[in-house]
Design a protein around this ligand. Structure first.
Ligand code: PLP
Length: 455
């Protein structure tokens, strides 16, 4: 992609690449944002003024006719791209037949069809059982209640940097940003946070393996021997790749140690795959890269390409609660399930391979930025879950959050939608079907923005 396209994005005329026609935000976007300011909860975190109108594949068109290349996928949700025809067709057919009947009180076949389908690709051996909710946080709430119910224990271990959701139970596990917790206490008691192997930032002088082992053993050698008796612990909740915390992959040795600690102490290992799952890393589940089998898996975001669906999957023996213990009126809505079945067809056929191959090429190129740019501290991730961490300088690794935010804004102005994550990182989470050409284009823009913002 020629560099001049960044300063004159309207020149990019190829299909599937951005076309910016107005100043941003355009007149229609400005009007809608003014109404939004008046009417919508100020708790939302908008990074830049994108007002979406329609989406196709990796392209989002705004209300002024500008077209953007979407490397956010609506926070890692539109796995098959925006409005994939197979997903749209499945939603339309299902909506014309049955929109809702509540799986809590009645039966419908698509629920068991999706369960069978997920069971075939589960990261742990079957038999499995499934609970259906509407969102990531609900999948986590279910896992939390289930682990306590099944083990008859109260304690839970989670990690610094973790993001598991915003409702009271999942928020109690979340330890990502103070604003997410400020003034909401008291939260659910019994949760202890321990260090996550974020080696680049906290594992000074250690390899990823060494720091991963040190973090896992901290639980055994310090926590269990001081404040938290292991027989009181119901579950360890872990994101195999921390998402909101900065797209930080856990070293495989860390996850394997967690498995051993759980096995030795009768603790449930819960993999929160809400962001890292559904094919995003090139495998169905990020934990598969480590060959670790969890007891419970939380699924949402990409599994239904944007229809609201949260799923908690467990070994069948774990889901031993009785009627009335947990349920949801809307959970496992037939339209959302139809979208999930269609999404899984597309992800299986095209998404997994594409995420692995395009993701690997993008990561290779991004890795070359570390020696090239003083403010690029780290590049990491798997498949199409990639991040660049910005620092003031490589020596101090001081976070460069303002520069990061500026880069994200500049990319928007150049037609590429990105999001930040963690204190000072930029995440790339495009649809799994993104083309190599779109990937190259997005990296050309991002690189140029890094150069401009670092000046
Ligand atoms: C790992 C993880 N768990 C849980 C959640 C919460 O999902 P939701 O926003 O759908 O409630 C998120 C959302 O970003 C997430 O990344």
């Amino acid at each position: 992609m020629p560099t001049e396209t960044i300063s004159r994005p309207a020149a990019a005329v190829k299909i599937g690449l951005p076309k910016i026609k107005t100043t941003l935000p355009g007149p229609n976007a400005k009007r809608i944002i003014a109404d939004d300011d008046r009417l919508i909860s100020p708790s939302y975190t908008r990074s830049y003024p994108l007002v979406a109108k329609r989406g196709r594949g990796a392209i989002i068109e705004d209300v002024d006719g500008n077209e953007f290349l979407d490397f956010s996928a609506g926070i890692a949700v539109t796995s098959t791209g925006h409005c994939h025809p197979e997903v749209v067709g499945a939603i339309q057919r299902q909506a014309a037949e049955l929109i809702h009947m509540s799986g809590t009180d009645f039966y419908y076949e698509s629920m068991t069809q999706l369960a069978e389908r997920l069971s075939r690709i589960a990261p742990m051996p079957g038999p499995h059982k499934f609970y259906f909710g509407n969102s990531g946080t609900e999948a986590v709430e279910c896992a939390l209640k289930l682990a306590r119910y099944h083990t008859k224990r109260q304690g839970v271990i989670a990690f610094y940097g973790a993001f598991h959701g915003r409702t009271m139970g999942s928020l109690s596990l979340t330890a990502s940003k103070p604003q997410q917790r400020r003034r909401f206490a008291p939260l659910v008691p019994g949760v202890t946070h321990v260090p996550y192997p974020y080696t680049y930032r906290f594992g000074e002088g250690k390899t990823e393996r060494e720091y991963g082992l040190a973090c896992a053993r901290f639980i055994e050698e310090r926590l269990f021997k001081t404040t938290v008796p292991p027989e009181d612990v119901a579950a360890i909740f872990v994101e195999p790749i921390q998402g909101e915390g900065g797209y930080v992959p856990a070293p495989p040795e860390f996850l394997r140690e967690l498995r051993r600690i759980c096995d030795e102490n009768g603790i449930m290992l819960v993999a929160d795959e809400v962001q890292s799952g559904a094919g995003r890393t090139g495998k169905w589940w990020a934990i598969e890269h480590a060959g670790v089998e969890p007891d419970i898996v939380c699924i949402a975001k990409g599994i239904a390409s944007g229809m609201p669906l949260g799923i908690t999957m467990s070994r069948a023996s774990v889901m031993d609660w009785v009627p009335g213990s947990h349920a949801s009126t809307f959970g496992g809505n037939p339209v959302a399930i139809a979208a999930a079945l269609a999404s899984m067809d597309v992800i299986e056929r095209d998404g997994l391979r594409n995420a692995a191959t395009v993701g690997e090429k993008l990561k290779q190129r991004m890795s070359s930025w570390v020696p090239k740019y003083p403010m690029v501290g780290d590049v990491r991730g798997k498949g199409l879950m990639l991040a660049v961490e910005m620092v003031k300088d490589k020596q101090s690794k001081a976070p460069a959050a303002k520069v990061r935010d500026r880069i994200v804004e500049l990319a928007f102005e150049s037609g590429v939608l990105l999001l930040g994550c963690g204190e000072t990182s930029i995440r790339l989470s495009p649809p799994l079907l993104v083309t190599q050409e779109q990937g190259d284009y997005a990296l050309d823009v991002l690189e140029k923005c890094i150069e401009t913002a670092s000046e």
